[in-house]
Design a protein around this ligand. Structure first.
Ligand code: AHR
Length: 579
């Protein structure tokens, strides 16, 4: 399960090494204030415009002045650029540098750099030419690990030019406190003003995809042997406002046309890892996409109950999802299939699973939204399995899920809940009148220690909250997963959540994998190994187990056979000695 939370995508799995590469927006801090229901923004990195652009992550080199500029936009989507003024008396090396996402891992490989640049005509002499040196440096010692030159050339003054270069690096930096620098010789640029935008530095990526995934983290995920990827959320699908929801069409195509958006997890998302990149990720990992489509409900940072589309405006939301699916699976003769082809992927993807919304029990409106979405999508794409984000979580209603469709149920709980839940799905279809309905354990993890009340405290008190997965987390999550495995007619899929946490900036714990910019600091948690073990050793049929004594608890088990391989698996999980 994947969404941009904890800087798991920007600053995480998305390979881009530069932070704030296009001055798109900044962080905010929500909170409550007395007398006002719901959250408000109580603090913002940009003090004037919450979510607004900032210079964070950038610093001058030599005698230059850096400001943000909106008079020379790169594109409609990227309206703010970096203005660099070089004084007339500047000498030596001048330029800009980026500190990366809390640093930059440097090891031998070929880096790919690019940026857009424009000269200010009144300040650009008729005979001027400009060259650039691109280098990766230590921020501690100033040592240059690798560099390359873009030869002097005349810069444009009307439309930006994109300059590209590769940097061959043979060094291994001793730590991740490194920067990326773009420098010029003051003898060429003194007295001038240059504008920069969409500055980018990529290392080699997973399966060598351009604009692809950070290799080591992607490999950690791949090595788990996942079967599917649910994306793009999670709350982050829904938007902090209806207007700023994850709009698939704004996440595809050339990066300069992607505006990004204020993410639901308090930082701006670039959407550099957009819809097509998510799909390519599933292709590269040979797994099924589980596409979460917007279902007419946004959480809204300001509201307590969120904002819902009224019934008469739902047809547009249904059409949005129909088009979105067409972008993935349509032939190149369809409008959106042709759009995908124009983005470099003529071959259609196969989408077998679509989830309608996310955790819609927060709203009172899912009964009509679910029905309209399900009916509209089923008519358009009858062979897809649809997943309801809600069944009975909202005390005001039960959703009627038709046979063949699934229910995505989420559990951030105590160990006891998962141990007690071992048999929850044994007769679930019959007991809940859900014959033929599948269950997707779409998000689960041990969230806090066992408490007398069992009440999950999302303010994360230090005495009970589980900040990082522990052995008891993995064991009890494993017991729950065993309960799913022995009911494969009901429990069809499961996934831990959230997947990734950047140690330098996060707003949810616990997470399956935690990391920093430094690839040597990645932590694969106990829950990661449990997930990997269960995914790797997974039969095609369950097998009966005859036990000579006792019954389940404190030992729990399930057995299966991989028929093509003729290998049987017996999985056991027990908290017996864990207290
Ligand atoms: O996984 C973190 C969040 O938990 C998800 O965004 C949401 O679906 C759930 O509430």
């Amino acid at each position: 399960m994947f969404e941009d939370i904890n800087h798991s995508i920007d600053g995480g799995l998305y390979g881009e090494l530069l932070t704030n590469r296009a001055f798109q927006g900044s962080n905010i801090q929500p909170g409550s204030v007395p007398g006002i229901a719901g959250n408000v923004i109580v603090d913002s990195e940009n003090p004037t415009i919450p979510w607004g652009p900032v210079l964070t992550g950038w610093a001058p080199i030599g005698d230059v002045r850096m400001t943000l500029d909106t008079l020379h936009p790169l594109s409609k989507a990227l309206p703010t650029v970096l203005q660099v003024d070089i004084p007339t008396n500047a000498t030596g090396e001048v330029g800009i540098q980026n500190y990366g996402w809390w640093g930059m891992d440097v090891r031998p490989q070929t880096y790919t750099a690019s940026f857009y640049v424009l000269a200010n005509q009144p300040r650009y002499p008729a005979n001027a030419t400009t060259g650039f040196t691109l280098s990766i440096r230590s921020n501690l010692t100033g040592e240059t690990w690798a560099s390359t030159k873009i030869p002097s050339r005349r810069l444009p003054v009307i439309d930006y030019v994109q300059l590209n270069a590769t940097i061959e690096n043979t060094a291994t930096a001793p730590n991740s406190n490194n920067t990326f620098a773009i420098t010029m010789n003051a003898s060429e640029v003194a007295g001038q003003t240059l504008y920069f935008d969409l500055l980018s530095l990529f290392p080699e990526t997973f399966k060598d995809r351009p604009n692809g995934l950070r290799k080591d983290l992607a490999e950690a995920l791949y090595n788990m042997h996942p079967r599917f990827l649910r994306f793009p959320g999670g709350n982050n699908l829904e938007g902090v406002s209806v207007q700023k929801r994850w709009k698939w069409w704004e996440t595809v195509g050339p990066l300069k046309n992607r505006p990004g958006r204020p993410g639901n997890w308090n930082y701006y998302n670039t959407d550099g890892l957009g819809y097509l990149e998510f799909l390519e990720w599933t292709e590269d990992m040979e797994i099924e996409p589980v596409l979460g489509v917007y279902a007419g409900y946004s959480l809204d940072v300001y509201g307590s109950g969120g904002t819902s589309f009224p019934p008469d405006q739902m047809p547009a939301v249904v059409q949005e999802a129909i088009d979105e699916i067409e972008y993935a699976i349509g032939s190149i003769n369809t409008t959106n299939g042709a759009l995908r082809a124009s983005h470099g992927h003529p071959k259609p993807f196969n989408i077998k699973f679509v989830e309608i919304g996310n955790e819609d029990w927060f709203s009172t409106t899912y009964p009509y939204r679910w029905q309209m979405m399900y009916d509209g999508l089923k008519a358009a794409y009858p062979n897809i399995t649809y997943i309801s984000s809600t069944f009975n979580e909202n005390a005001a209603y039960n959703i009627s899920i038709p046979p063949g469709a699934y229910w995505d149920t989420h559990h951030y709980e105590e160990p006891r809940f998962f141990l007690d839940g071992f048999d929850f799905y044994d007769n679930w279809q019959e007991e809940t009148n859900n014959t033929g309905v599948g269950v997707f354990l779409g998000e689960y993890s041990v969230y806090q220690e066992d408490t007398p009340s069992g009440y999950i405290n999302y303010s994360n008190p230090v005495d009970t909250h589980v900040f990082y997965p522990r052995l008891l987390s993995a064991i009890s999550e494993g017991v729950y997963a065993l309960g799913g495995e022995r009911n494969p007619d009901t429990v069809k899929m499961s996934s831990y959540a959230p997947s990734l946490q950047n140690f330098n900036w996060y707003n949810w714990t616990p997470n399956m994998i935690a990391f920093t910019a430094n690839h040597n600091e990645t932590v694969l948690s106990a829950s990661y190994w449990q997930q990997k073990m269960f995914a790797t050793y997974h039969g095609t049929q369950t097998l009966p187990v005859t036990n000579s004594e006792g019954d389940f608890n404190p030992l729990f088990w399930a057995a299966s056979i991989d028929e093509p391989l003729n290998v049987a698996y017996l999985k056991v999980s027990s908290p017996a000695d864990m207290g």
